[in-house]
Design a protein around this ligand. Structure first.
Ligand code: S3P
Length: 427
């Protein structure tokens, strides 16, 4: 056995992953503005979702959490009260952008902030349309950056052509539109994840979808619901790639959400030659889910571009790692949105994978990875970005020698227990 194969340990086992982050946020938010009790099973208990809960508690909502089971006493939008404290979203872009849509409907003063990463991320993509609906929003650079002060209420329904395929933008406008004086329509350049549309209907609300055009009538009333949150495919993605690139691995992941607006990772891994089997598909009316098994295989480079990008935007860091282990070039294009995530993910992915010996270069709207390269252990850094931290932890499973990940506590933002679960798969 060579030195390299001696320390590369196959990953084997059956695992359950935490609840979907996007669905968890929306369940807390809609439960908080609905009338009556909401029960959530399988909520993601990562820091981002806990911050969403804290924000609604400050708005006067009673929320009880016991592990991943949550009960919310919804009193409707008009039951929310003016908070005496600042709302703090921590690192969560979904919390701040979707909450802005809700705060825009509230006829009182709120101030919302986040951490250093949030302070650098553009909020004008949401504040511009919300101001068009007549919400008053103030912030640095005319409402582009936090801290943001909002005074809402009395909104006008609008028709908005969004310049970006962003579910956060679409959702903020639709949430504001639920309580506007007339219909609100958002038109997207490409389809983004549709969890908000599905969840509004689960809470008894109305949404119509006509291709890229999504509309909600105004003056709606939502009713509490029971929501079962499936596992997060964006979290499963780390193990789908790990199972593909760590020799002799075989991993089964239970109850993974398979909403078609999120399954770009499966399409790309299959195109790269990954050995992936889907079993026990449950066509749940709200969100489909299934068990996925992945076995190690030989991968080849592909092009990742166009309208698949919004369907896998959060999976690009881990796909870039997969590409370092694929034969030939992988070209990622049309992904400039990566620059405004928790970190500039074009820069952080390219920089950190280079540290490990990958042959990778940044482009204006993506990256090019020349495979296949053998990775070597090094000191690397998550830069406080949970998905970069997890990608590097998977990279360490195939890198020769020791890899040290600085700032790996960021992983708990979306995946508490990730490192322990990864260790438990090592055979
Ligand atoms: C999310 C939408 C995506 C994604 C984020 C979660 C959501 O962001 O990157 O992690 O829950 O709506 P954009 O909508 O800004 O692309």
């Amino acid at each position: 056995m060579s030195e390299l194969t001696k320390h590369i340990v196959p990953l084997k086992g059956t695992m359950k992953i935490p609840g979907d982050k996007s669905i968890s946020h929306r369940a807390i938010m809609l439960g908080s503005i609905a009338h009556g009790k909401t029960k959530i099973n399988g909520l993601l208990t990562g820091e981002d979702c806990l911050n969403t809960i804290e924000c609604f508690k400050k708005l006067g909502v009673n929320i009880d959490r016991n592990g991943d089971y949550v009960e919310i006493e919804g009193k409707g939008l008009t039951g929310l009260i003016e908070p005496s404290e600042v709302l703090d979203v921590g690192n969560s872009g979904t919390t701040i952008r979707l909450m802005l849509g809700i705060l825009a409907s509230l006829p009182f003063h709120t101030v919302i902030i986040g951490d250093d990463s949030i302070a650098k991320r553009p909020m004008d993509r949401v504040t511009i349309p919300l101001k068009q609906m007549k919400a008053s929003i103030q912030g640095r650079e005319n409402g582009k950056f936090t801290p943001l002060a909002v005074h809402g209420g009395g909104l006008n329904g609008i028709k908005y052509q969004s310049p970006v395929a962003s579910a956060q933008v679409k959702s903020a406008i639709l949430l504001a539109g639920l309580f506007a004086n007339k219909e609100t329509t958002v038109i997207e350049p490409e389809s983004s994840r549709d969890h908000t549309e599905r969840m509004i209907q689960a809470f008894g609300g109305k949404v119509t979808v006509d291709g890229l055009k999504i509309s909600v009538p105004g003056e709606q009333k939502l009713t509490g619901a029971t929501i079962n949150v499936p596992g997060d495919i964006s979290s499963a993605a780390f193990f789908l790639v790990a199972g593909s690139i760590v020799p002799n691995s075989e991993i089964t992941i239970k109850n993974v959400g398979l909403n078609p607006t999120r399954t770009g990772i499966l399409d790309i891994l299959k195109a790269m030659g990954a050995d992936i089997t889907i079993q026990n598909l449950q066509n749940d009316v709200m969100e489909p889910y299934a068990d996925i098994t992945v076995r190690a295989s030989t991968l080849k480079g592909v092009e990742i571009a166009g309208d698949i990008i919004p369907r896998l935007i959060d999976e690009i860091p881990i796909l870039a790692l997969a590409a370092t282990q694929a034969e030939g070039d992988t070209v990622i294009k049309d992904a400039a949105e990566l620059k405004v995530k928790e970190t500039n993910r074009i820069d952080t992915v390219v920089h950190e994978l280079k540290q490990l010996g990958a042959n990778i270069e940044a482009t204006d709207d993506g990256m090019i990875i020349h495979g296949k390269s053998s990775l070597k252990g090094a000191v690397v850094n998550s830069h406080g970005d949970h998905r970069i931290g997890m990608m590097l932890a998977i990279a360490s499973c195939i890198a020769e020698g020791k890899t040290e990940i600085k700032n790996n506590q960021a992983i708990t933002i979306s995946y508490p227990g990730f490192l322990e679960q990864l260790e438990s798969l090592k055979q």
